[in-house]
Design a protein around this ligand. Structure first.
Ligand code: TPP
Ligand code: MG
Length: 306
């Protein structure tokens, strides 16, 4: 087991997490709405995955992405989104494609995207799709149709094992995806093949597009179900950097597929989201003029503290 993070390292991760919130908020301010709560719930998790947990290596993809040229395929122009992650050996798959904004913000906060490139987000002909696709920086799978990328990740983990390719396949999934049958089939497959190179992190924010998970379609005791499907399960507070780091490190010791349930507060970091959380409807937030100026103030505070 690795040692824990020093206070200095926790501080650095926290700075990256705050930058992720700020970059995502800037997009929401520009577009007068956005997938901001996803960044707020996963900021510490994404910061840890990118800077501490995974070995992503250096990226040779351009920090200022070119315009869209073609859907990535052999012989076609264009760059595969995962090339922005780095040259490995690990791979990170973001399954819920509406978390792309949080992930672009992470790439900007970790130096793999030029922050000025974020203005491309959701613009015609730009690579930074609002619902990320496999040509979008940092996105390995086109997964706007939810519940797909976990199965793809299982296939890639199995192929890596068969071909002796080192490195683990990490996948971020959402709790809404636990309401889909394909997710459970993928877990079942991961257990059947004992995929020890598959590591799943679940952002459990207790909401999906139509409101609280419990009223849209309750999924019961997720931790017990995941264990019953043969996964090595842990859960932790998504915003406690030191403990989350140790839980992620412990996953690396598993010989089979492992999952971390990251219990998040999708309002974390911005007061207008917290004020609205009673509704559990933060999936895509539009901003009132008052909320917009409050958010602008809180973003500028984050940058002052960097
Ligand atoms: C296969 C599929 N079914 C339905 C949808 C419509 N949809 C878009 S987002 C969403 C909710 C997903 O929940 P979660 O990922 O937990 O969202 P969040 O926590 O960000 O609100 C749904 C059902 C979809 N994109 N794909
Ligand atoms: Mg959710």
């Amino acid at each position: 087991m690795k040692r824990g993070l020093s206070d200095g390292e926790v501080g650095q991760v926290s700075q990256v997490a705050q930058a992720i919130r700020a970059y995502s908020a800037e997009w929401a301010i520009r577009a007068n709405g956005g997938y901001l709560a996803q960044a707020c719930g996963t900021a510490e998790l994404l910061a840890l995955l990118h800077t501490q947990t995974l070995s992503l290596g250096d990226s040779s993809a351009p920090p200022k992405p070119p315009r869209f040229a073609a859907t990535p395929r052999p012989g076609a122009p264009g760059i595969r989104g995962e090339e922005w992650l780095g040259n490995g050996p690990d791979l990170l798959v973001i399954s819920p494609a509406h978390y792309a904004s949080a992930h672009y913000a992470t790439l900007a906060a970790t130096g793999k995207l030029d922050p000025s490139a974020l203005v491309q987000e959701s613009t015609d002909g730009g690579l930074l799709e609002m619902i990320g696709a496999e040509h979008s920086p940092g996105m390995a799978v086109t997964s706007g149709s939810l519940g797909i990328a976990l199965g793809v990740a299982c296939g890639r983990a199995l192929a890596r094992r068969q071909q002796g390719i080192p490195g683990d396949v990490w996948v971020l999934i959402s709790d809404g995806e636990l309401q889909e049958g394909s997710t459970w089939e993928a877990f079942q497959l991961a257990a059947a093949h004992n995929l020890g190179n598959l590591r799943v992190v679940l952002d459990r924010n207790n909401m999906q597009v139509d409101g609280p998970m419990s009223t849209v379609m309750p999924i019961g005791d997720a931790v017990a179900k995941l264990a019953a499907f043969g996964l090595d399960v842990r859960e932790h507070d998504a915003h406690d950097i030191s403990g989350l780091y140790l839980s992620l490190e412990a996953m690396k010791e598993s010989n089979g597929p492992a999952i971390l349930v990251s219990n998040s507060e999708p309002w974390r970091g911005f007061s207008f989201l917290e004020a609205r959380w009673a509704t559990h409807k933060l999936h895509f937030v539009r901003l009132s003029p008052e909320e917009k100026s409050l958010l602008e103030e809180e973003v500028s505070l984050i940058w002052q503290q960097q």
